[in-house]
Design a protein around this ligand. Structure first.
Ligand SMILES: *[C@@H]1O[C@H](CO)[C@@H](O)[C@H](O)[C@H]1NC(C)=O
Ligand SMILES: *[C@@H]1O[C@H](CO)[C@@H](O)[C@H](O)[C@H]1NC(C)=O
Ligand SMILES: *[C@@H]1O[C@H](CO)[C@@H](O)[C@H](O)[C@H]1NC(C)=O
Ligand SMILES: *[C@@H]1O[C@H](CO)[C@@H](O)[C@H](O)[C@H]1NC(C)=O
Ligand SMILES: *[C@@H]1O[C@H](CO)[C@@H](O)[C@H](O)[C@H]1NC(C)=O
Length: 237
């Protein structure tokens, strides 16, 4: 009876043992990268005289391992894109893709069965495209109601509107404003951003309910003028 209990406690201890020797550090912020760029995943200080070192993409997929003098790059999608720096433990990945986003794991085995591990979350994102501003107008006597929508192809972004009339930056994709002849903004800028990039587009107003032609339209107008003058010129000859 007594011996059974002892066995049980020993079994329990053995079960708990590996956890006592394992120190995990989770990086509490994500590392962001633009798709196509080169990324280095690193830790602040690598233990000296480690016995083995392994980088994982997910908990069950090894990227590279160093053990008893042998360096092995596993046959993964990273095979020709990674390089391990044995001095610092840094993993260099080039040409990262969105699918490379993951919580990477570095596991280092030291003497006497002590193990250190680091978790590094990496998020790879496409740069945001230039947004488009859609303008909806409803005109009344001395008033113009405007709905400005900042449009972007399906992609998570943050929106920020800038205009003289806005007391502070306005953060939403749709902005509703009322223009009067006495009080209106001649310019609205919508900026879209994600953690790796930002882009903006501006619409201008020449009067409360009249949009200034965009640069593209202005160019077409210039081209028309040139055409007409040329044709008229030819007629004169
Ligand atoms: C990424 O690294 C590769 C080779 O390591 C190099 O040829 C390329 O110019 C680098 N790209 C950028 C964007 O730094
Ligand atoms: C001008 O318009 C903005 C909003 O469109 C409003 O906040 C502000 O009070 C107006 N100012 C005047 C002087 O009417
Ligand atoms: C939007 O902004 C919030 C707060 O600054 C940030 O946590 C979030 O990651 C941003 N989202 C994108 C897609 O940039
Ligand atoms: C809009 O983008 C241009 C460059 O693309 C930059 O110079 C300008 O400061 C940006 N404007 C705002 C309001 O973010
Ligand atoms: C809006 O006006 C600003 C300043 O007058 C100018 O720099 C910009 O090119 C204009 N944008 C458009 C789209 O017309």
């Amino acid at each position: 009876m007594c011996s059974r209990r002892w066995e049980l406690s020993l079994a329990l201890e053995l079960l708990l043992l590996p956890h006592l020797f394992l120190a995990t550090s989770m990086q509490d912020y994500s590392k962001y990268a633009t798709s196509g760029s080169n990324v280095s995943l690193s830790i602040s200080s690598l233990p000296r005289n480690y016995k083995s070192l392994t980088w994982f993409y997910t908990t069950d997929q090894k990227i590279v391992e160093w053990e008893s003098g042998q360096l092995k790059y596993f046959n993964t999608k990273f095979k020709d894109r990674v390089r391990l720096d044995l001095q610092s433990g840094t993993l260099h990945i080039h040409n990262v893709q969105k699918e490379d986003s993951s919580t990477y794991l570095l596991m280092v085995l030291k003497d006497h069965g002590y193990e250190d591990e680091w978790k590094i979350p990496l998020v790879v994102l496409d740069p945001v495209p230039k947004p488009f501003i859609k303008v909806k107008k409803t005109q009344e006597v001395n008033k113009c109601y405007l709905t400005l929508s900042c449009v972007i192809k399906d992609q998570p972004v943050n929106y920020t509107w800038y205009a003289e009339s806005l007391p502070k930056e306005f953060q939403s994709s749709v902005l509703e404003v009322t223009h009067t002849p006495q009080n209106y903004s001649s310019s609205y800028t919508c900026q879209v951003s994600n953690p790796v990039s930002r882009q903006n587009t501006t619409v201008n107003f020449t009067s409360p309910c009249v949009q200034a032609p965009s640069s593209g339209v202005a160019w077409t107008a210039t081209w028309l003028v040139i055409m007409v003058t040329t044709v008229l010129g030819l007629l004169w000859i």
